[in-house]
Design a protein. Structure first.
Length: 487
């Protein structure tokens, strides 16, 4: 026999099972990053999709819409009602013949109601919920694409910030060498005091620029971790990509020493044989940069985007849902045909009763229903307007992204040539200054041009990758990482 305690536990387990409120329903497993891990872009995207509360929210909304379809179908199922009670009635009278009379009895009733036909109202409601489910599914797909684009943008941002930091660190080394050389020339009386002061100023400026680029690099790491929804991330490495390749394939990611401080205000210590140092430091952050041109024309991109766009598909499904909602409102004028079967028992006379009926019923507020129909028509028109607006937005967004990507695609090879030219000019200016033929202003201009050309080149590569990722998002091209609302 079950004890009362075991019976309560059994009932609670049944309730949890039927309602789905098990522990696993509330458990949210977050993907973490192991210390020292080497991650590529696909790994980061997978972590983001596993952790994103927006992706989970879209999945929950899809499952709610899916349950709404099943809920709408339950109108076809019968409704059972059961009632029981004990009744007591006591009466008294002043008349001697009647005296006091008590009436008490126990009764049990059960009834089954079944919808037979309601002239398509239920079918319209079911179709409406089905289209809502489709809209929720495409909204989920759009959320996944946005999450992937966010990770790609921040991933490229880390690569660009790392390249810029390396360029600025090399620039500090160049300025330190120039300072030591100018100081040696000044001590020998070859160069004037103004050259030495300029060298000190340029060295200080390059250190300030380096500090700012380190800060920008750390901020880029924070954005990448944030897009993956990983707080307190350990040190790890990310790989370069085919369209953003470094000489070094692994880029360290470390925010553990974010509070580290160093004194950069002092000039460097003396270096022996500084006058013999005339070479230019070569820093090829991205050497022989190559990428595959985008394979689609603008016309093809426009066609693909309109065909694949999850947002446009969601709007289209919403329009169909609004049409079914309007149809449901119009059909509420029609009556409902229902059937009913009931059974009753009363113990006072030990009586049993059985009844069956078929009824036709209609209850409509004609004036109110007119305004409901008018609002339903406006909802359909609003959904149609949203589709038209979405199509225009897709066209102009694709056009803007495609133009940006193509222009950068053309500029990058030219910028690479410019980096080589400015480096050659810097080598010539450095050599002339080293033998006393050129002045410090020429040397400084050549160095600034070389440094700016490298930074502009890196920024162009970053902009190209972001523009390409944005275009791929708009086209909703198949992704390497696949996740569905059912996962």
């Amino acid at each position: 026999m079950f004890s009362i305690k075991r019976l309560k536990i059994y009932i609670l387990l049944m309730i949890f099972t039927l309602t789905g409120l098990t522990a696993n329903s509330f458990e949210s497993k977050k993907a973490l990053i192991e210390k020292g891990a080497k991650l590529n872009m696909s790994d980061c995207i997978q972590i983001a999709l596993d952790n994103s509360p927006y992706v989970r929210q879209a999945a929950y909304n899809y499952k709610i819409a899916k349950n709404d379809v099943s809920l709408a179908k339950t109108s076809y199922f019968p409704t059972i009602s059961v009632g029981t009670g004990y009744y007591y009635t006591g009466t008294s009278s002043n008349r001697r013949q009647m005296g006091n009379m008590d009436n008490k009895y126990y009764s049990l009733t059960t009834n089954l109601n079944q919808l037979i036909w309601n002239f398509g109202k239920t079918s319209a409601q079911i179709k409406m919920q089905k289209f809502n489910k489709i809209a929720a599914l495409y909204t989920f797909d759009n959320t996944v694409l946005d999450t992937i684009f966010d990770v790609k943008t921040n991933y490229y941002g880390v690569l660009a910030a790392k390249a810029t930091m390396d360029i600025n660190r090399a620039n500090v080394q160049i300025n330190e060498r120039n300072y030591q050389r100018t100081k040696a020339y000044f001590n020998e009386g070859i160069r004037s005091k103004i050259d030495l002061v300029n060298a000190e100023v340029n060295l200080s400026d390059s250190k300030i620029t380096l500090v700012n680029s380190v800060q920008a690099y750390q901020n880029a790491l924070v954005k990448l971790n944030n897009s993956m929804y990983v707080a307190h991330a350990p040190s790890y490495e990310i790989s370069t990509t085919e369209t953003f390749n470094f000489k070094s394939n692994e880029i360290p990611v470390n925010l553990e020493k974010i509070s580290e401080k160093r004194d950069l205000s002092k000039p460097p210590e003396g270096v022996s044989n500084a006058t013999l140092t005339t070479k230019v430091e070569k820093l090829a952050v991205m050497e022989n940069y190559k990428f595959k041109p985008f394979e689609y024309t603008f016309e093809q991109c426009e066609e693909i985007a309109e065909k694949n766009s999850p947002s446009l598909k969601a709007y289209t499904a919403t329009l169909e849902a609004m049409k079914q909602a309007l149809l449901y409102i119009k059909r509420e004028y029609y009556p409902e045909i229902t059937g009913s079967v009931g059974y009753g028992y009363r113990d006072s006379y030990n009586t049993n009763s059985l009844n069956a009926s078929i009824g036709l019923q209609s209850s409509v507020n004609i004036a109110g229903k007119k305004f409901e129909i008018d609002n339903g028509k406006l909802q359909v028109q609003l959904a149609e307007n949203d589709i038209e607006l979405a199509k225009q937005n897709i066209y102009f967004d694709v056009q803007d992204a495609y133009i940006n990507m193509i222009q950068l695609e053309k500029q990058i090879p030219l910028m690479e040539v410019k980096v080589k030219q400015t480096r050659e000019n810097f080598e010539l200016a450095d050599g002339r200054y080293g033998v006393g033929l050129g002045d410090y202003i020429q040397l400084q201009d050549a160095k600034v041009n070389y440094n700016n050309a490298q930074n502009t080149y890196v920024q162009a590569v970053y902009n190209y990758n972001v523009a390409r990722a944005n275009l791929e998002r708009l086209l909703a091209l198949p992704q390497e990482i696949i996740i569905t609302a059912e996962d």
